[in-house]
Design a protein around this ligand. Structure first.
Ligand code: KG4
Ligand code: ZN
Length: 348
């Protein structure tokens, strides 16, 4: 069966066709995955402007879906269902994808499947590499999220922790902005950090020991916090006399990145040990980070636990991961009705 996936939760308009393989170990294959990025539009404003994002989704959605069907050599009649991101995300952006998917499902008489954006990121690991040995602990780390999940059965995602304030990708973007490096910050900091000394600037790590009042069901000690780190970089920049040299900027990037990656990897492997995970994975836009990828593999080798990463094109927002998660749900017998609504704060 072929699934059309649609993703418009933030600033990428994406459509993809993913096909079942019949192989239980590697259940899905990507036939097409088209992403229209809005980065050049939002760069000018230093971050995503929700109103501009939803308007651009409206302009792009029809063409992106047509391109994804063409590239997959697929007609509407070849599809078995349509999967769409219901949330979380920017509500105006989500509404474009959800409205389009509902209209297409009604017109083509296809079942509709609602997908949680983070389930899509988690399933990107399976789409890329095949089924993970379970239980698995997965870190979803992007511009909007930094959360750990225990996957204790196929399609079952139990939240273990989350960030108390900024997401890691958001911290990258804010630090890049205050260093004058532009938007989005992750890729440029990643690149500059390679030339820097990662011990040059002393920056704090945060370890939380108590439960979050807003999420008492989570124990709290696996939670993340990045706003203090961002503020420490800000103080370092303000305390500096005159403009930074290129080397000094690279040193700040490397020092900042060392802390972020260490915190992410430490928490992930702490959780893996606590829940006796048989594998670990990292998904979401920040999983494109070169140091994070290298340290995941290195720590996994030392701990003798298999590690999973998406390819770079499946790490940032894309519809192929939504189609994959949609296929998982569809095979569990879960479909949505045509009164489906976008939910900006959808829980997993
Ligand atoms: O998953 P994603 O495309 O969108 C969200 O759902 O947020 O993630 C985007 C985030 C941005 O904050 C961007 O700066 C970050 O991922 N990012 C990176 C890298 N590439 C993208 N962060 C660190 N290193 C990278 N190489
Ligand atoms: Zn995302």
């Amino acid at each position: 069966m072929r699934m059309l996936g649609i993703e418009t939760s933030c600033d990428e308009t994406s459509a993809a066709v993913v096909e079942e393989t019949g192989d239980a170990a590697k259940p899905w294959a990507v036939r097409s995955n088209i992403v229209a990025s809005q980065v050049p539009i939002h760069r000018e404003w230093g971050g995503v402007v929700p109103e501009l994002a939803s308007r651009q989704h409206i302009r792009d959605i029809c063409g992106v879906v047509e391109r994804s069907l063409d590239a997959a050599q697929t007609t509407w009649g070849d599809l078995g269902a349509i999967a769409v991101t219901q949330g979380p995300g920017l509500v105006g952006s989500l509404l474009v994808g959800v409205s389009f998917a509902k209209a297409a499902a009604a017109a083509a008489r296809l079942p509709l499947v609602a997908v949680h954006h983070l389930a899509g990121h988690i399933e990107s690991l399976v789409l890329q590499n095949g089924e993970m040995p379970l239980p698995a602990v997965v870190l979803v780390v992007s511009g909007g999220h930094t959360s750990l999940y225990l996957v204790d059965g196929p399609g079952r995602y139990e939240p273990l922790s989350r960030t108390r304030d900024d997401a890691a990708g958001e911290a990258y973007d804010k630090v890049a902005k205050l260093l004058g490096l532009g938007y989005p910050g992750g890729p440029v900091i990643d690149r500059l950090a390679k030339q820097g000394n990662d011990r040059a600037v002393a920056l704090p790590t945060t370890r939380l020991t108590h439960a979050d009042r807003n999420a008492p069901e989570l124990r709290g000690d696996l939670d993340f916090s990045f706003s203090g780190l961002k503020t420490a970089v800000l103080r370092h920049v303000r305390a500096h006399d005159g403009p930074f040299s290129e080397q000094e900027i690279a040193d700040v990037c490397a020092s900042f990145q060392r802390i972020v990656v260490t915190v992410l990897i430490d928490r992930l492997f702490d959780a893996a040990r606590r829940y006796q995970a048989k594998s670990v994975g990292i998904a979401g836009g920040v999983s494109a980070n070169s140091r994070l990828r290298a340290e995941l593999e290195d720590r996994g080798r030392r701990r003798e636990i298999p590690t999973f990463l998406p390819s770079l094109s499946l790490s940032t927002d894309n519809a192929a991961m939504i189609a994959a998660a949609g296929l998982r749900r569809f095979r569990e017998g879960i479909t949505a009705s045509l009164d489906l609504n976008a939910d900006a704060a959808l829980a997993l």
